[in-house]
Design a protein around this ligand. Structure first.
Ligand SMILES: *Cc1c(COP(=O)(O)O)cnc(C)c1O
Length: 409
């Protein structure tokens, strides 16, 4: 049997659909964010990163790097075991306390990634509720979809952020059926925000539990970086908040926060928590340092919003098709997978600007885009150079600019 032909065919399908992924080999330089070295096929080159999820540059913050180095030097590298067998170390326990405090919850639970926290968190919670019906937003992240799927219970999808549709489904389910609403607070590809207060109203009215993914908001929104729920004053009304340590906090790991009973139950039943080695102490200490810093410092959050607004203003003024939203994400519409990839390649090779193309299945076909994520460290000069490079690329590829009347809006 020629097994290799199956894999060749699988890869060819991706090439044919123009969605075969090519990774950029990058080397970040601590203290110089967003500048980095790209190890191109022709050798190393300096580039500016415009699509990192290290949104606030905390992955290179001296306090965070310092905490990681100090802890590794003091206690070593690995955790040495699963949480149950020798792997529960002090920096991890402190981090869980820090996260519970961040979200105003009784407890929190760490996982090796945000992906795992959703996958095993949602499925375990739903499995512990007899006859649970999951109501899931249509644009939920793959990690949530997998969690819902693994729960094995009935699920219904409500149209993205459509509260009338969600209410319809809640009414149809009836008051006695246990219901779990699962959604994100900030959707990272469009940069739009869920109406969390309204979702809490509906959950309370119809007796549903709420699970909210704040991965793209923790650290960046709310007076202490608690996310959109903190900003909107509804943190205490949401049953389970989920977040990552890998984006605005610049490290690695995921978590859920909630009541002591929910957290203790997931701790006791979730396979994706139980049967895997705990996060290393150095990562936990670094994450704690990032969270503590962002609880007290507003500089990063304010500058982050200022930079995002600046990028949107400059690109809009140039007539580039910015997809509008009120957050820090700047999606630039392309609408074609091949051109999206070409635009990205030209930016990198000719302008030293790195923006990964976002194609299907991450976004719907026909909505391919460049997703730009300004950080506090992208200064005016870099923004101007980005706009000039994009205009040249748009011209070369024959991509449309907005009408002058629209551009002036
Ligand atoms: C990135 C992401 C995750 C996964 O978080 P990781 O820590 O990177 O595994 C979960 N949810 C959403 C919405 C994400 O974008």
């Amino acid at each position: 049997m020629d097994y290799s032909k199956f894999f060749r065919a699988a890869l060819n399908r991706l090439h044919d659909e123009r969605r075969y992924r090519v990774f950029a080999d990058l080397e970040r330089i601590a203290g110089r964010f967003p500048h980095a070295v790209w190890h191109s096929p022709k050798g190393p080159r300096n580039v500016v990163i415009w699509c990192s999820n290290d949104y606030l540059g905390m992955g290179q913050h001296p306090k965070v790097v310092g905490a990681m180095v100090e802890t590794a030097t003091r206690v070593g590298t690995g955790a040495g075991g699963t949480r149950n067998i020798a792997g529960t170390h002090h920096p991890l326990v402190q981090l869980e306390q820090e996260l519970a405090d961040l979200h105003g919850k009784q407890a929190s639970l760490l996982f090796t990634s945000g992906y795992v926290s959703n996958q095993t968190g949602i499925s375990t919670i739903a499995k512990l509720i007899p006859d649970c019906l999951i109501l899931s937003d249509a644009l939920n992240h793959n990690s949530m979809i997998e969690g819902v799927r693994q729960a094995g219970c009935e699920r219904q999808i409500f149209r993205h952020n459509d509260m009338a549709h969600l209410e319809e489904l809640l009414i149809a389910a009836g008051p006695d059926r246990p219901k779990l609403i699962a959604c994100e607070s900030l959707y990272s590809m469009d940069g739009d925000v869920a109406p969390l207060a309204k979702i809490c109203d509906l959950a309370e009215k119809y007796g549903a539990m709420t699970y909210v993914d704040e991965v793209h908001a923790v650290g960046m929104y709310g007076p202490r970086g608690g996310g959109i729920a903190e900003r909107d004053g509804v943190m205490h009304r949401i049953d389970v908040l989920e977040g990552t340590l890998a984006k605005a906090f610049g490290c690695l790991g995921g978590y859920i926060a909630g009541s002591a009973e929910i957290i203790d139950s997931v701790r006791s039943y979730a396979p994706g928590f139980i049967f895997t080695t705990a996060l290393p102490p150095a990562i936990c200490s670094a994450a704690t340092a990032a969270i503590r810093h962002l609880k007290a410092s507003n500089w990063e959050r304010e500058r982050h919003q200022d930079r995002a607004a600046r990028v949107k203003a400059i690109l809009n003024a140039a007539g580039l098709p910015v997809m509008s939203n009120e957050t820090h994400i700047v999606p630039l519409f392309v609408g074609d997978p091949e051109k999206c990839k070409q635009a990205s390649d030209m930016l990198l090779e000719e302008h030293g600007i790195y923006i990964q193309p976002i194609n299907y299945p991450t976004v719907a076909k026909g909505t391919e885009r460049l997703r730009i994520t300004p950080s506090p460290y992208h200064d005016d000069g870099l923004v101007d150079r980005l706009a000039e490079a994009l205009l040249q690329v748009w011209d070369r590829l024959g991509l449309p600019l907005k009408q002058q009347s629209l551009a002036a809006e």
